[in-house]
Design a protein. Structure first.
Length: 575
C-alpha cells in the first residue's frame, strides 16, 4: 500500500515538474523572441527615432554626431562592451610589432624632438642633441579607454597608458665653457591619458576627416640622469636644468591644449589647430617669507611665469637683491589658448649671478578659476615641486592680481591698462599667436592719474612691545613710486589703537604705484618696527571706494582697518 501511494505521489510530482519545465521553457522562448525583436528594432533605429523615445534632458550627447550621421544604440552598446577586448587586442598587437615601431620611430622622433629641446635649452647649455635614441624592448600598455561626451561634431576617445620602458637615450650636451657631456636618461616611468579627437565626422569611410592627438593628462613622469663615465653633479645646477628642460618640453609639446592634427581625408583642417582665445593680464605684486639660500646675506629673488613654458612665452621679473619679502609690482601679459584646461605657473628663484639660479618654490593657478573680466587677487603658497602633493615645508607665498580677458568679451574696463576691451579685440581677434605677441608689445602704456584718499581707522591685536604689556603704535604711509609720505599720531599704551585720520596722495601713475603702510612702536629713544601692509591701487581704482581689514606682514599678529577712496583726474596715453 505504501509503495502504491509513493508511486502515485511520485507520478504526480514528476508530471507537475514536467509541466512546469515546459511552461518555463515556453516563457523563456517567448522572452528571447521578444528580446530579439527589440534588439533588431534598436539596430534599425536612427537618431530621429531615438529622440522620440528619450526626452531632451536625458538624451546623451554621444548619440548625436551631426545631422547626417546615424548611430544605433545597439552599435554604441556593443562598442562600450568591447572596450576590454579592444584594449587586449591593442596591447597584444602593439607588443608584437613594437620592434618595428622602435626601428621606424627612433629616427623620426630624433628629427622632430631635437628642435623642440632646442627651444627649451637652459641658458647654461650651449647645445643639446641626441647622441643615441632607441625606444627599447618594452612596449607601452594601454590600461583604460573612455568616450568623452559633449562633442556633437566629432568623437573624443581617451586612452590611459603606462610605460615602464628601457629605452637607450643619450643626450649630447655641450656647456658654455666648452665641456661636452654624454648624459643618459634612465629608469623612465610614464603614466598618462592620451586624447584622440576624431573630427569632423563625414559620410565617407572611415567616417572622420582628421584625428587630433594630445596628452590630456600627465600623471607621472619619472627618470634619472647619469653622465656616461662621470658625475653630473660635477657641474652645479646642470642636473636640475636638464631635468626641468625635459619636463617643460613634455609639458608644452604634447600636453593638451597642444595637439597634433593628422589629416585622414583630404580637406582643410586649420580650424582644429591651436588658436589664441584670450589674454591673461598678470600683476606680480610681491612675495613674503621666502627661503634663504645664501650663506651670507639673504636670497636675491626673481620670478618666472608662463602658461606654456616656451622660452619666448616665459616672462621674467626683475631681481630684488637681499630680500626675503620682495616687492615687484610688475605687469605681464600671456596668450591663452584654452582657459578651461591651462594654468599659470610661477617659479621663484634665487639669482646666483653667473651660476645657475636656485629654485625657491613654485605655484600654479588654473585659469578656469578666474571669472572673465574680473580681477582675482590671490596669495599662492610656494611648494618644491608641482608634481608632489605633500610638501609641508614653509617656502613662502607669492601675491598676484589676475585678469582673464576673452576675445570678443564685449565692453568693459581693463584695470591693468584702462583701455576698453573692444579696442583690445580690434587689435587681436584676427591675429595669429605670433601676431598677438607683436601687437601686445606695440600697445602704448596708459597713465592713470588721480587722488588717493586713505583713512587709517584702527588696528587690532598689535604685538606687545614693552615690559608693561603695551605698545605706542603709529603708522607711516608712503607711496612706493612717488615717495610721498605721511604718518599718524602716536596712540600711547594701546594694542588696539584708534586713529581715524585721513591722508590724501596725488598719484601720477595709479597702475604702477603702491601704498605701503608700516606700523611702528614709538620709544623715547627711537622707534621699533612692528609690521607692514602693501596694497596695489587696482581694487580702489575699480571700486572707487571700500573699507577692509588687512593683516600685518612681518609681524606675529595684528591687522589694520582702512578706508580707501579714489578720485580719478584724467587718463593719458604715452606718446
Amino acid at each position: 500500500m505504501g509503495f502504491i501511494v509513493g508511486l502515485v505521489i511520485g507520478l504526480i510530482v514528476g508530471i507537475t515538474i514536467i509541466i512546469g519545465f515546459v511552461k518555463a521553457e515556453n516563457y523563456r522562448s517567448k522572452l528571447r523572441s521578444e528580446l530579439a525583436n527589440t534588439v533588431a528594432a534598436f539596430a534599425r533605429m536612427t537618431v530621429e527615432d531615438s529622440r522620440k523615445l528619450l526626452p531632451a534632458e536625458f538624451y546623451p550627447s554621444w548619440v548625436v554626431f551631426s545631422e547626417r550621421q546615424k548611430l544605433s544604440f545597439l552599435n554604441f552598446i556593443f562598442f562600450r562592451k568591447s572596450f576590454f577586448l579592444f584594449l587586449t587586442w591593442l596591447n597584444h598587437h602593439l607588443t608584437k610589432i613594437w620592434p618595428y615601431v622602435d626601428e621606424a620611430a627612433s629616427e623620426l622622433i630624433k628629427a622632430s624632438v631635437e628642435p623642440v629641446l632646442e627651444q627649451y635649452r637652459p641658458a647654461i647649455v650651449a647645445s643639446l642633441t641626441f647622441s643615441k635614441l632607441t625606444l627599447g624592448t618594452v612596449a607601452p600598455q594601454f590600461t583604460g579607454v573612455s568616450i568623452v561626451e559633449g562633442d556633437k561634431n566629432g568623437m573624443t576617445m581617451e586612452l590611459d597608458m603606462n610605460w615602464d620602458g628601457n629605452p637607450n637615450i643619450v643626450l649630447g650636451i655641450k656647456t658654455l665653457v666648452g665641456v661636452s657631456l654624454p648624459v643618459q636618461v634612465k629608469n623612465i616611468g610614464f603614466t598618462g591619458v592620451f586624447r584622440l579627437i576624431f573630427r569632423p565626422l563625414v559620410d565617407e569611410f572611415p567616417c572622420f576627416g582628421a584625428v587630433s592627438v594630445s596628452l590630456r593628462e600627465k600623471k607621472k613622469l619619472d627618470f634619472t640622469l647619469k653622465v656616461v663615465g662621470g658625475d653630473i653633479s660635477a657641474i652645479p645646477g646642470l642636473s636640475d636644468a636638464i631635468e626641468e628642460t625635459i619636463r617643460d618640453a613634455v609639458e608644452d609639446s604634447i600636453t593638451w591644449p597642444v595637439r597634433k592634427v593628422i589629416p585622414i581625408l583630404p580637406g582643410d583642417y586649420s580650424d582644429l589647430e591651436l588658436k589664441p582665445v584670450g589674454m591673461l593680464e598678470v600683476k606680480l605684486v610681491q612675495a613674503k617669507n621666502l627661503t634663504n639660500k645664501d650663506l651670507v646675506g639673504k636670497s636675491d629673488p626673481f620670478a618666472k611665469m608662463f602658461i606654456r613654458p616656451l622660452r619666448e612665452k616665459t616672462q621674467r621679473s626683475k631681481t630684488i637683491n637681499n630680500d626675503l619679502n620682495p616687492i615687484w609690482n610688475e605687469h605681464f601679459e600671456f596668450v591663452v589658448e584654452d582657459a578651461s584646461t591651462q594654468h599659470l605657473v610661477v617659479r621663484v628663484y634665487d639669482d646666483e649671478g653667473v651660476q645657475a639660479s636656485e629654485l625657491l618654490g613654485c605655484a600654479q593657478i588654473r585659469l578656469c578659476e578666474l571669472e572673465p573680466g574680473k580681477v582675482k587677487d590671490v596669495w599662492l603658497k610656494l611648494v618644491k615641486d608641482l608634481e608632489i602633493q605633500r610638501d609641508n615645508k614653509n617656502r613662502g607665498e607669492v601675491h598676484l592680481e589676475l585678469l582673464y580677458v576673452p576675445f570678443g568679451a564685449g565692453n568693459g574696463v581693463n584695470p591693468f591698462t584702462s583701455s576698453s576691451m573692444t579696442s583690445l579685440e580690434k587689435v587681436l581677434k584676427n591675429d595669429t599667436a605670433e601676431e598677438v605677441n607683436a601687437s601686445s608689445r606695440k600697445r602704448k602704456d596708459v597713465i592713470v592719474r588721480g587722488v588717493l584718499s586713505v583713512t587709517v581707522i584702527s588696528a587690532e591685536e598689535i604685538p606687545i612691545q614693552d615690559l608693561m604689556g603695551k605698545a605706542d603704535p603709529f603708522v607711516v604711509l608712503s607711496m612706493k613710486k612717488s615717495g610721498a609720505k605721511s604718518k599718524t599720531r602716536v596712540v600711547n599704551d594701546s594694542l588696539n589703537p584708534v586713529w581715524n585720520q585721513t591722508f590724501d596722495f596725488v598719484v601720477e601713475d595709479g597702475l604702477h604705484d603702491m601704498l605701503v603702510l608700516e606700523v611702528w612702536d614709538h620709544d623715547t629713544f627711537g622707534k621699533d618696527y612692528i609690521g607692514r601692509c602693501i596694497l596695489t591701487l587696482t581694487r580702489v581704482i575699480m571700486e572707487e571706494e571700500y573699507t577692509d581689514w588687512f593683516e600685518l606682514d612681518e609681524s606675529k599678529a595684528g591687522k589694520l582697518q582702512l578706508h580707501l577712496k579714489w578720485l580719478a583726474q584724467s587718463i593719458y596715453r604715452d606718446s
